[in-house]
Design a protein around this ligand. Structure first.
Ligand code: ATP
Length: 432
């Protein structure tokens, strides 16, 4: 196979190599990152595969991919051990002999020496390079990447660990991929919706989005159910960035008009960021009293950089006596309504607001399961309440599906959404 003139790079395939990725404990996340980065420079990911450390299986997959795609990216299997096969298999399929690269050996020795260690001889495997390949520096690990140009295609070998893959791929984009792509780019819009099921969202927007498939530029729509939210992904491919943006702005406006306040984000921001920004804009602080969510809501709020500007703190009051002693929930409320009830959630919200000196308090109490449910209050029953300035109060009960961790996640989402809707709908809560 002789090298030919480079052609524009339009399509890619990714092969994740590693038997551990076929097991029940590890997931291939590299391809998600690669898909996003490839899309951003207009290269379409057409297929991806996960394969174990098996010579024959990897060779077959790689052979197919390299007959179809302009760019084939393999991640993993570049380590020093016997089961690290990627380099050997690729060299074999491409008919290029492996040669030791003295510079890589020197760099590896130096890397070990800088930690006061002798380099094990097995690491010399990582210095084996298929003839004619370009070596890609790996600032975060021992395995260098490799790039091979063959028949106008690019074959890229990257190590497995995501923290090594990511910076290496960014350099590759700048030096090798972007200069060889066409002018077309993929443009995205992500809209997040809450308070409706996937099918209700589909029902409401299907008549709106179907004509966009044949618009100019055409827009593809994907609806995905995620915990606590429905995600709408709109994608368009165009060489005219302004036209693509204008089209996606039209899409956004039509979707917001159809779904109203159930849309909480039109730019990929998660709920905790949206709520945080609303609190900050209103000049309000928040505190959370959590029972079944065990602090998850406060954890999510404080995942956001800068949240100290509006988060006062939280109290996890799991047992009834802590609800009384730490949040001033009157024991008779628990006795008469039960710990999972709107009056108790309201008392928790008022208690945490008062104790921590916040403008807005939220209370969450529910049954995460799998035990503890009853006929009147099945597993997944969660009471939520908000206590705000000037006697402002809201409470509601939700019935959430799923196992323990899903109920916790959905309950925290519903609590944050309650704050969001209160801030949107009621000027009273904004008036301190
Ligand atoms: P190195 O020698 O630098 O570790 P390697 O090429 O030998 O690189 P692997 O041994 O295949 O890499 O994988 C190393 C680690 O990276 C493992 O913990 C593995 O689970 C993780 N990993 C490998 N491939 C992926 C992937 N596609 N997505 C997410 N993690 C991955």
């Amino acid at each position: 196979m002789a090298d030919v003139t480079p052609r524009p790079l339009r399509t890619a395939e990714v092969i994740a190599v590693g038997s551990e990725l076929l097991g029940a404990t590890r997931v291939d996340t590299n391809s998600l990152f690669l898909a996003e980065r490839l899309g951003s420079i207009g290269i379409e990911l057409r297929a991806k595969a996960v394969v174990g450390d098996n010579r024959g299986d990897l060779a077959a997959l790689f052979r197919q991919a390299s007959e179809r795609a302009d760019v084939v990216i393999l991640t993993g299997g570049l380590g020093p051990t016997d089961d690290d096969l990627t380099r050997d298999v690729v060299a074999d399929v491409l008919g290029r002999p492996l040669e030791e690269d003295a510079e890589i050996v020197a760099r590896l020795r130096q890397r070990f020496a800088s930690r006061g260690l002798r380099m094990p001889e097995v690491n010399r495997r990582q210095a084996q390079v298929p003839r004619g390949a370009t070596v890609l520096a790996n600032p975060n690990g021992t395995a260098p990447g490799l790039l091979i140009e063959q028949n106008g295609r690019l074959i890229v070998l990257l190590p497995g660990p995501p923290r090594e893959v990511q910076p290496m791929f960014e350099s590759l984009i700048t030096a090798w991929l972007e200069p060889r792509t066409g002018r077309e780019r993929l443009h995205y819009l992500r809209v997040f919706v809450t308070g409706r099921t996937e099918s209700h969202v589909e029902e409401a927007i299907q008549p709106i989005y179907s004509p966009w498939r044949t618009a100019d530029p055409p827009v593809e729509t994907t609806i995905l159910a995620a915990p606590g939210q429905i995600e709408l992904h709109f994608t368009t491919r165009s060489s005219d960035g302004a036209a693509a943006r204008a089209m996606l702005d039209k899409v956004r406006d039509a979707i917001v008009a159809a779904l109203g306040e159930d849309v909480f984000s039109v730019d990929g921001r998660p709920m905790e960021v949206v709520v945080g920004e609303m609190l900050q804009a209103a000049g309000l602080t928040i505190a959370a009293a959590e029972s079944c969510t065990g602090g998850l809501t406060l954890s999510r709020l404080t995942d956001v950089p800068g949240s100290s500007a509006y988060v006062r703190g939280g109290i996890v009051a799991y047992s009834n006596d802590v609800k009384a002693s730490a949040l001033d929930v009157p024991p008779h409320l628990i006795a008469s309504h039960g710990a999972v009830s709107e009056p108790v959630a309201a008392a928790m919200a008022a208690g945490v607001r008062g104790r921590l000196g916040a403008d807005v308090g939220i209370g969450i109490t529910g049954i995460a399961g799998p035990d503890g449910g009853s006929a009147q209050k099945p597993v997944g029953t969660v009471a939520l309440a908000l206590d705000g300035p000037g006697g402002y109060a809201r409470a509601r009960t939700v019935w959430l599906p799923g196992g323990r961790s899903q109920v916790k996640m959905l309950a925290s989402q519903a609590a944050l959404d309650m704050v969001r809707r209160a801030l949107m709908q009621d000027a009273a809560v904004r008036r301190r």
